[in-house]
Design a protein around this ligand. Structure first.
Ligand code: ZN
Length: 180
């Protein structure tokens, strides 16, 4: 899963300088997954002005139909990828993502989610909660997720590890495993 790697989150309204380091790692991981037929999901904020809970806190960002809501050029989705628009922190919240995951692999469904994108302590963490309660194993890509500050990033990783049993791995380790 590639969460919120959108213009507004990387370059725009909620610019996160630390996002730069994760872009090549996410790209390499997504390419390796596609080659092996592992589905890639883009989970993208696509807000309406009605989403006052987030508008009040963050101001308008990733508004539906704007440039800011588009995936950054460096990570343009492939035709075979799945695009899941979302309006809250969690990629599962009212999006049908769980149904999509259950339909994978000829209806056998996915048993693991691999999380990348922004932010470790917000959308990644909330998505991890929803994966946890659906009994999915969670892998968080240490160098494929990030947050505004190092402490936000570390606290997010720590929380997902302790509370959801997430495994924290480097992109290169996962790529090696996929390719073997
Ligand atoms: Zn948002």
């Amino acid at each position: 899963m590639i969460i919120d790697m959108l213009n507004d989150f990387v370059h725009g309204k909620l610019k996160c300088d630390r996002a730069q380091r994760i872009i090549p790692n996410i790209r390499a991981l997504a390419d390796a997954a596609r080659k092996k037929g592992i589905p890639v999901f883009y989970c993208n904020d696509e807000h309406l002005p009605l989403d006052t809970y987030e508008m009040k806190l963050w101001g308008p960002h990733a508004m539906k139909g704007t440039e800011g809501a588009k995936v950054i050029n460096e990570l343009t989705p492939a035709e075979s990828d799945y695009i899941i628009p979302k309006r809250t922190y969690s990629a599962f919240d009212g999006t049908g993502l769980d149904r999509a995951l259950k339909g994978l692999y000829g209806g056998k469904g996915a048993n693991t989610v691999i999380l990348t994108g922004l932010h470790t302590n917000m959308c990644d963490r909330h998505t991890a909660y929803d994966a946890f309660v659906r009994d999915l194993d969670i892998v968080v890509v240490e160098d494929g997720v990030d947050a505004f500050t190092e402490s936000d990033h570390v606290s997010g990783l720590d929380y997902m590890t302790k509370i959801y049993g997430a495994k924290v791995r480097k992109a290169s380790e996962i790529i090696k495993e996929i390719e073997d």
